[in-house]
Design a protein around this ligand. Structure first.
Ligand SMILES: *Cc1c(COP(=O)(O)O)cnc(C)c1O
Length: 396
């Protein structure tokens, strides 16, 4: 019996069964490769779901965390700490927005953004029945607030009643957003590129149109950049490629490159008229260890020219994936932006392809039921793309 099998059996005795995991017990990583407890090597095109942007076992990143561990790991928000300030300065600069609240996850960043929107509207008219427009097919997290704006009835149904005042519009359909607008609307929330729903980038006219609607009525635009942000699409945040800035942006996933951390970031207008002391809090959020990671991630993005690299490698990856779509009938399309790509499968279960890919030493994941999702570490090279294509073809 392999080591893996023993660990899997033990895990299934003690973990709540909320995931049907792939039969791999990962132990360590190096660059764009992961190794399981049996020593098997995997080329990683999943990055822990778009998290580990810098590649595994990055010495400079690891050292920054080790240094912080030796200073202090946790202080609480009752005091200031240095990494939190530095990380916030870098995040403000990167987003073009002005105020940061650190959370421990993406879903908490969404909760915060929802509270910001409600408070902003409350301060304007004192009423407590404001509405938020969210998108069908979206994903914003699993806590009750985040689930309420997640356009997936299967995820929502057993947990109702959810928070009230949420209306759903169709993504990339401006008229459907207009149809949901009422005088109570306080925010529109959407991913700039829908991730879990199946890799759907926003149409530029749609995003610009929603921004304009929000401006005209003083409605907050919340852009969820948790998956598509942090360089994944070739700009620091995906919305920057559209020339659109939100009032509130949510970040997580690659923000800490593996350390659990998220943030919601507000522009000055919103920050000046929403949450005040007593409105929101967190014990861990802004934790020095997590923020030392965030701070180092921003430094390494610059030092290692990550954005330039993503822009350079993207056309090569797209060309190779497009060639697959031409070659195989069951591949209906490629969709995506930068290193956030999806292959749409028709008549072949995506789960089977993924299982075979894993056997062949390639980690890929799915999205939206029939999409093979690729969200590799942002440091992949051409050789890695070639190897991925070879392993994927072997798995078809
Ligand atoms: C992953 C994800 C979330 C939830 O983040 P967690 O850290 O899992 O809570 C929210 N929005 C988007 C777009 C995501 O991809």
């Amino acid at each position: 019996m392999t080591y893996s099998k023993g660990y899997m059996d033990r895990a299934e005795q003690v973990l709540l069964h909320t995931y049907n995991r792939f039969p791999v017990v990962l132990e360590r990583g190096d660059g764009v490769r992961l190794y399981d407890v049996d020593g098997k090597e995997y080329l990683d095109f999943a990055a822990g779901i778009a998290v580990f942007a810098l590649g595994y076992n990055n010495r400079k990143y690891n050292q920054a965390l080790k240094d912080q561990i030796d200073k202090v790991i946790h202080t609480s928000n009752l005091f200031y700490n240095v990494p939190m300030t530095e990380a916030a300065e870098k995040l403000v600069k990167a987003t073009g927005l002005s105020r940061v609240f650190f959370t421990n996850s993406g879903t908490e960043a969404i909760e915060g953004a929802i509270k910001v929107a409600r408070k902003y509207a409350y301060l304007k008219d004192g009423s407590t029945d404001h509405e938020i427009i969210a998108m069908e097919n979206s994903f914003h997290g699993r806590s009750l607030g985040a689930l309420s704006v997640t356009g997936n009835t299967h995820y929502q149904e057993p947990f109702k009643p959810l928070i009230g005042g949420i209306r759903f519009a169709r993504f990339n359909d401006l008229d459907s957003v207009k149809a949901q607008l009422t005088e109570k609307t306080c925010a529109v929330i959407m991913e700039t590129v829908q991730g879990e729903g199946g890799i759907y980038p926003a149409d530029p006219e749609f995003l610009a149109g929603v921004r304009k609607l929000c401006d005209e009525r003083d409605i907050l635009l919340i852009l969820d950049e948790i998956q598509c942000g942090m360089g994944r699409t070739g700009t620091m945040f995906a919305c920057q490629d559209y020339g659109v800035l939100p009032d509130v942006m949510t970040c997580a996933k690659a923000l800490g490159c593996g350390v659990p951390v998220g943030a919601f970031v507000l522009n000055e207008k919103t920050a000046a008229a929403s949450l005040v002391p007593g409105d929101h809090g967190t014990t861990y959020g802004g934790n020095p260890l997590a923020c030392a990671a965030v701070s180092k991630v921003f430094d390494l993005f610059e030092e290692d020219h990550i954005l330039e690299h993503v822009r350079e490698i993207t056309p090569y990856l797209e060309e190779k994936l497009d060639a697959l779509v031409d070659k195989y009938d069951f591949l209906a399309a490629r969709r995506g932006k930068g290193l956030m790509q999806g292959l749409v499968l028709e008549g072949k279960p995506v789960g089977e392809v993924i299982s075979r890919a894993i056997e062949n030493g390639l980690l890929v994941i799915s999205a939206g039921g029939n999409v093979l999702r690729m969200v590799p570490p942002l440091v992949i090279g051409r050789d890695d793309v070639d190897e991925m294509i070879e392993k994927l073809e072997k798995s078809f």
